[in-house]
Design a protein around this ligand. Structure first.
Ligand code: PHE
Length: 405
C-alpha cells in the first residue's frame, strides 16, 4: 500500500511557488523528513489526520522531531494495512512557532481539510490557541507534548499523552533538594510562555514546601538574546542552584552567558530544553546542568531500544523526546480509531478517552478522567553535550532509582 503524506508549508515564500518548486523548497528546508508533497485540499482516499507543528521558527526542532515521529508511526501503521481498511493521510501544517499561525493552521485542518483528528502542538501556548477550534468542531485533538495544566481544560475533545507541569516542576524541586542537596534557588522564567510560567510556579511551591528558599526571581521574553542583567542580579543573590524553565533557543544562550559571568552552580530545567541545538558549540558550559524529560535513550527497555533503532535507520539521527512523543501520539490515535471502529467524532473521542495501558516508547500510557496521562519522568544530566540518565521518578513523585551524580 502506498503511503501518502501531505505537507503544507504555510508561509508567504512557499505558498506563492509552483507545486514542483514548493516541493523542492520543502526538501531544501526540511532535509530529514520522509515526505512527499501533495497539493493542499481536495478529497483524499485515506483517513485525513491533521498535524500542526513548528517546522520552522524559534522552536523548529520541536516541530521537526515530532513530525518525524508522527511520520514514522503513520508509515508503520499504513504498511501494516492502515486503519479501518484505509491508510492514514497525514496533513501537516507549519505554524512557524507562532501562536497566530497555530490558530490559522488548525482552522485550515478542521474547516478545509476536514480532518477527523488533530495531532499537536508541542508548545503549550500554541496547543491552547488551537484547542478551542477543535473543541468547537468536536474534532479530537491529541497533544503529544504540551505539559501546561490548562491545555486539556479547554474541553472534552482535548487530550494529551504526556505528563503535566505540576508534576514536572515538583519533580525538579524534589531533585534539587533531595538529590542535589540545594536549599537556595534562583528562577529565570519566560513570561511569554504559559509552559514556563506554569513550571516556575510548580517548582517554587514544592521547593519552598521542602524547606528551600527562592532567593531571586527574574524573567525574560521569548526571542530575547541578552540575559546578562537578569543573570548578574541572580549571581548577586548567591543561589546554590538556578531553575530555568524555558525553551532551548533561549536556554542555550542563558547557560552560556551564565557561565561567562562566572556562575558555576547547577542549572536546572524542564523538557523544553530537549533539542539537538541546545548545547551546540558550548558543550563544556552545559556541564553541571540537568533537565526533566519524557524518555532517555539509555533506557534498556526493548520498546525504547527498538524505536531508537527504527528512528535511526530512517532519519540517521538519535531521536529526542519530542520524536518519541510524536510516535506515541500517532499510534495511540490509530489504536483508538481501530477500537472505535469508526471515525465518527463522538465515538472516536470516547475511544481516545478509554486508552488504557498503551505500551508507549515514553512509558505505559493511560488517559485519565481529565484527559491527561500519568507517567514516570526522567532527569537527564548533560555531560560534555551528551545526555545521561541521572535519576528516574514514578508518577507519584517517588524516586525509582538513586541519583547517579
Ligand atoms: N512541554 C513543553 C510545552 O508544554 C513542550 C516540550 C515537550 C518541549 C517535550 C520539548 C519536549 O510547551
Amino acid at each position: 500500500m502506498k503511503t501518502r503524506y501531505s505537507l503544507h508549508i504555510q508561509n508567504s515564500m512557499t505558498t506563492r511557488l509552483h507545486p514542483v518548486l514548493r516541493c523542492a523548497a520543502i526538501f531544501a528546508l526540511l532535509p530529514l523528513f520522509i515526505t512527499s508533497c501533495k497539493t493542499t485540499g481536495g478529497p483524499t482516499n485515506g483517513i485525513p489526520v491533521g498535524e500542526f507543528a513548528s517546522l520552522t521558527g524559534g522552536t523548529a526542532t520541536f516541530g521537526q522531531s515530532v513530525h518525524n515521529g508522527d511520520v514514522l508511526a503513520v508509515k508503520e501503521i499504513n504498511d501494516a494495512g492502515g486503519v479501518l481498511g484505509k491508510p492514514i493521510d497525514l496533513m501537516t501544517e507549519d505554524d512557524q512557532s507562532k501562536t497566530e499561525d497555530a490558530v490559522a493552521s488548525v482552522q485550515k485542518l478542521v474547516n478545509s481539510d476536514h480532518v477527523i483528528a488533530v495531532l499537536g502542538e508541542v508548545a503549550s501556548s500554541r496547543s491552547m490557541a488551537g484547542a478551542p477550534i477543535c473543541e468547537n468542531a468536536h474534532v479530537p485533538m491529541i497533544t503529544p507534548a504540551s505539559t501546561n495544566e490548562d491545555v486539556t481544560k479547554k474541553g472534552d475533545y482535548i487530550f494529551r499523552i504526556c505528563f503535566i507541569d505540576p508534576f514536572q516542576g515538583q519533580t525538579m524541586a524534589r531533585f534539587a533538594v533531595n538529590s542535589l542537596g540545594k536549599k537556595r534557588a534562583a528562577i529565570l522564567t519566560d513570561v511569554k510562555q504559559d509552559y514556563s510560567v506554569g513550571l516556575d510556579d510548580a517548582f517554587k511551591n514544592m521547593f519552598t514546601f521542602l524547606g528551600g528558599v527562592v532567593v531571586s526571581e527574574q524573567s525574560y521574553s521569548t526571542g530575547d538574546k541578552d540575559f546578562r542583567a537578569a543573570l548578574t542580579s541572580i549571581k548577586g543573590s548567591n543561589p546554590e542552584v538556578i531553575f530555568v524553565p524555558g525553551y532551548y533557543t533561549e536556554v542555550s544562550l542563558i547557560v552560556r552567558q551564565a557561565r561567562e559571568l562566572g556562575i558555576d552552580v547547577p542549572i536546572l530545567g524542564g523538557d523544553g530544553w530537549d533539542s539537538p541545538e541546545l548545547t551546540k558549540g558550548a558543550e563544556q558550559q552545559f556541564n553541571n546542568t540537568y533537565f526533566s524529560n519524557h524518555f532517555s535513550t539509555e533506557d534498556p527497555d526493548t520498546t525504547v531500544q527498538l524505536f531508537i533503532k527504527k528512528y535511526q535507520d530512517t532519519y540517521h539521527t538519535v531521536p529526542d523526546a519530542m520524536a518519541a512523543l510524536g510516535y506515541d501520539a500517532a499510534r495511540i490515535l490509530a489504536d483508538a480509531i481501530k477500537r472505535a471502529g469508526t471515525t465518527d467524532s463522538t465515538k472516536l473521542r470516547a475511544a481516545i478517552a478509554n486508552t488504557k495501558n498503551f505500551p508507549g516508547v515514553t512509558g505505559t500510557i493511560t488517559i485519565d478522567g481529565q484527559r491527561n496521562a500519568s507517567k514516570p519522568i526522567v532527569i537527564i544530566k548533560i555531560v560534555n553535550g551528551a545526555y545521561h540518565l541521572a535519576q528516574r521518578f514514578g508518577p507519584n513523585g517517588e524516586p525509582m532509582s538513586s541519583f547517579q551524580p
